[in-house]
Design a protein around this ligand. Structure first.
Ligand code: FNR
Length: 184
């Protein structure tokens, strides 16, 4: 595999986020040739066209540059009320309005962790739907839903071996997907 730079985005801002723990665990599960850098969307203000028109905030510019520079984007997100957490949708909304919006033709993989039994199945389909509108190239399979997540993490670590195996398969599949999508 060529060297692929992947940007990790977490849809939860809380310090003990299980999704963030799972995203960090991906550092240990990457296929060779793939690098992961995890960004923060905590400092992105709420989208407001007036603020946009007055001058794009630095945090949004930084996020735009990070997405634009990545070979692929890996999103780990909880499900809030059957859908996408506002912070994640907000970050995507901001950059979607910028010239050459950076999700166009960008390979993206999504996984979710939830304390509920379905593991965030519904949020993933909403994330996919949003990214389709932006011409993002969302990895179709494998899908990883980390359900009943409270039992799969301990002391700030992803301890469930089956979940680690699923994430390893996701990352390997994502590497293949990026290579396939970059082929002219
Ligand atoms: C939730 N949670 C949740 N879980 C789920 O499976 N489906 C849902 O619709 C919701 N809805 C929901 C709404 C709100 C406002 C919160 C705060 C939480 C529970 C959620 O899966 C759980 O809190 C996760 O631990 C959140 O992810 P992080 O922060 O641990 O990454």
């Amino acid at each position: 595999m060529a060297d692929f730079k992947v940007l990790g985005i977490c849809g939860s801002l809380r310090k003990a986020s299980l999704n963030m723990v799972a995203l960090r665990a991906c550092h240990e599960l990457l296929p060779s040739g793939m690098k992961l850098e995890i960004t923060s969307i905590a400092d992105i203000p709420m989208y407001n066209q007036d603020v946009f028109d007055a001058g794009i905030p630095q945090a949004v510019k930084r996020f735009y540059d990070e997405v634009a520079a990545a070979d692929g984007v890996l999103i780990a997100t909880p499900e809030y009320n059957f859908s996408v957490p506002a912070v994640l949708k907000n970050a995507i909304d901001w950059v979607s309005k910028m010239p050459n919006q950076p999700f166009s033709n960008k390979p993206v993989a999504v996984f979710s962790a939830s304390t509920g039994p379905l593991g965030g199945a519904r949020v993933q389909y909403d994330v996919r739907r949003i990214l389709v509108q932006l011409w993002g190239l969302v990895l179709p399979k494998p899908e990883v839903f980390i359900g009943g997540a409270a039992a799969k993490f301990a002391d700030g670590k992803l301890t469930d071996e089956t979940t680690r195996k699923f994430l390893t398969e996701l990352l390997t599949g994502f590497g293949d997907w990026i290579a396939r999508m970059q082929k002219k």
